[in-house]
Ligand binder design. Structure first.
Ligand SMILES: NC(=O)C1=CN([C@@H]2O[C@H](COP(=O)(O)OP(=O)(O)OC[C@H]3O[C@@H](n4cnc5c(N)ncnc54)[C@H](OP(=O)(O)O)[C@@H]3O)[C@@H](O)[C@H]2O)C=CC1
Ligand SMILES: O=C(O)[C@@H]1CCC=N1
Length: 270
């Protein structure tokens, strides 16, 4: 990750929903990001478009205002990407790069729709909003990789992938995975309630555990070391970990969630 925004070009974003808003928040929070170079195409105003507009961004630019765009970001749902992109495919400069964060939409299909311009695909997490995201990145094109990396590295750890198909497991392990972790935290809170905690205390403790778990690896510690630091010999953590491993419980749940996400991503690309 970098501390400052280094990409020196106009940026256009199509779609300012859940992920698009997170991207806008992350860019606006990155030192050196020039909001007056951001163009957002979105059907409705959102708090992110309002925030971006107040900082100098253009909402729903004219074709003329798209002429300096060096990177066009696609953050719409896979089902509507062709109709959302179509009005802009010929308006952006010949040498513009296209970056897609859409799950399951194939790079070749996007490249054909934008007249052969270089395309990168990324799979980020919404924590880009807090500049704490992670993003898998694939492109066969060096310029697209460089531009897309510069666009994201102020708000995410950009993880290069060697093949497009690897974006599907990256979706299961990163893009979708914060929701899987929240589901586990919810289950922890409910288990605490079953053991007698009041609901608000259970949720507060479980959320604190999530924060503590993230803090415990924030310095790059290995997951194994982080586990060992908590698991006192013969203590409660070891008892809990042993229970998690009975019949491969935790691994089986993680495998089921990742496999289902991968299968869905493959389904979307058909
Ligand atoms: N949410 C996440 O955590 C992640 C999402 N993604 C990917 O990001 C993409 C967007 O997902 P998400 O943000 O969750 O979805 P959302 O539905 O929240 O966002 C999509 C946005 O695009 C808008 N939109 C639809 N059609 C057009 C159009 N023609 N022109 C401009 N804007 C349009 C939608 O408006 P309206 O609601 O009015 O239709 C909506 O605001 C998906 O492809 C998904 O795979 C990737 C990683 C993580
Ligand atoms: O749920 C989805 O399809 C998107 C992709 C990854 C996270 N959200």
């Amino acid at each position: 990750m970098t501390d400052t925004f280094t990409l020196d070009t106009d940026i256009a974003l199509i779609g300012c929903g859940r992920l698009g808003s997170a991207l806008v928040e992350g860019w606006l929070a990155t030192p050196g990001f020039k909001a007056d170079r951001l163009k957002i195409i979105e059907q409705y105003e959102t708090s992110a478009t309002d925030q971006a507009k107040a900082a100098g961004a253009t909402i729903n630019p004219s074709p003329e205002q798209m002429k300096g765009v060096g990177i066009l970001v696609l953050a719409i749902k896979p089902a509507v990407w062709r109709e959302a992109l179509q009005p802009f495919a010929d308006v952006i400069p010949e040498d513009a790069v296209v970056a897609s964060v859409m799950a399951g939409v194939r790079l070749d299909d996007i490249r054909k729709a934008v007249g052969g311009r270089p395309v990168a695909r990324l799979m980020p997490t919404t924590a880009v909003a807090q500049r704490q995201g992670v993003a898998g990145l694939y492109s066969p094109d060096q310029k697209a990789r460089d531009v897309a990396t510069a666009l994201f590295e102020g708000m995410a750890d950009v993880v290069p992938l060697e093949a497009e198909d690897l974006l599907d497991p990256a979706t299961g392990v990163a893009g979708s995975a914060p929701a899987f972790v929240y589901a586990f935290i919810q289950a922890l809170a409910r288990a605490g309630e079953a053991e007698g905690l009041k609901p608000d205390a259970a949720v507060r403790l479980a959320r604190g555990a999530l924060r503590s778990a993230a803090a415990g690896v924030s310095g790059g510690q290995s997951l194994e070391d982080a586990i060992e630091r908590i698991a006192s010999k013969g203590g409660t953590t070891r008892a809990g970990l042993d229970a998690l491993e009975v019949d491969g419980g935790a691994a089986r749940a993680a495998t089921a969630a990742v496999s289902a996400a991968v299968a869905k991503a493959r389904d979307l690309s058909r």
